[in-house]
Write a protein that binds this ligand. Sequence first.
Ligand code: LLP
Length: 385
Amino acid sequence: MMNPELVNKFRTLQTPFYYYDLDLLRNTLDNIQKHGIDKGYHIHFAVKANFNHRLLQIIRDAGLGIDCVSGPEIERAIEAGFKPEQIAFAGVGKTDDEIRTGLKYNIFSFNCESLQELSVLNELASEAGKKANVAVRLNPNIKAKTHKYITTGLTENKFGITPDKLPELFKILPELKSLNLKGIHFHIGSQIRDMEPFRQLCEKINIIREQFEQEGIELEHLNLGGGFGINYDHPDKEPIPDFKHFFELFSQNLDVSKNQQVHFELGRSIVGQCGNLISKVLFVKKGISTNFAIIDAGMTELIRPALYQAKHRVDVLTSSKSKKYYDVVGPICETSDTFRKDIELPELQRGDLVAIRSAGAYGEVMSSNFNLREKVNTYYSDELL
Ligand code: LLP
């Protein structure tokens, strides 16, 4: 996947580091333009997946909006040049200060996750002499068939308002004079590769939006959230997710009235494949039943394997010798600091470089300084090539 010239540049840099392929990001965005934006869909980048400034500028230039989950994310989006009317703000636990930040900018939508949040937002908006644009986040009770920690659309999950509360919502809405109800919002989970849950989501939304219509509430927008997954096993076979298929599913299954906008909040599918964590082999240790390749990146740089048992592909960049089996592990003092177990790789020795692939989403942004490790450097394809 990486040309020898680039690998030679990598050899001169201190590892570990994040490397972003900006051309791949641009091509991904072109694809979203063609299959999503040109078809009339509104796409917000879920900035939680990666708040890196350079990536944000490219995403902004491609005309996407943004989806935030904290006050600082709203500030970061504004700094990066996104317009307030492109900002959606979700989250089950917005603080008063964060709500005030959203009010200050008159953002596109507060995606509210409980009836109590609606009344608090109403109060704070009234205090500020403003009307807040709101979408209610509903919990559709759909199994996303993904890792349980990133499943969000089941009633046992903390997210959204369950549809049984709709009668109460309809009752209190007229009293919430400082709110403008604009839409309904959903997000059923992340890394969803099987399209069936999205089809079920469309069915549920078709029913729910009718309930609003029957109450005489016109919804300006339907926000379907994010969740579209990427191919972690074969990033080179599928560097750009199949957005054509994804958006077609919604145009075939979702009922949308005239003048009603459809929004998405995509994170992983936009930035996942353009990021790589480059690391160096520190030691190779022969165990009883396996060989350990101990690399200088750890769960501090990429926590996904430890937290979600995620399997990121490991490519060896500097060896093509005959293959051996390895557990690829980091230097951190706990056993969860394991990238891969029992994988076949070209024979490794101290100093070899490896690329941990598909690390552009929820990688750099979830890094920590556990063990007092410092934040690693970041490089971009246009500075190295
Ligand atoms: N909208 C909302 C309301 C969300 O909560 C999320 C992600 C997204 C959109 C974007 O989802 P995406 O398109 O990226 O799947 N750290 C985990 C993923 C957590 C996702 C949280 N919410 C991981 O590394 O797999």
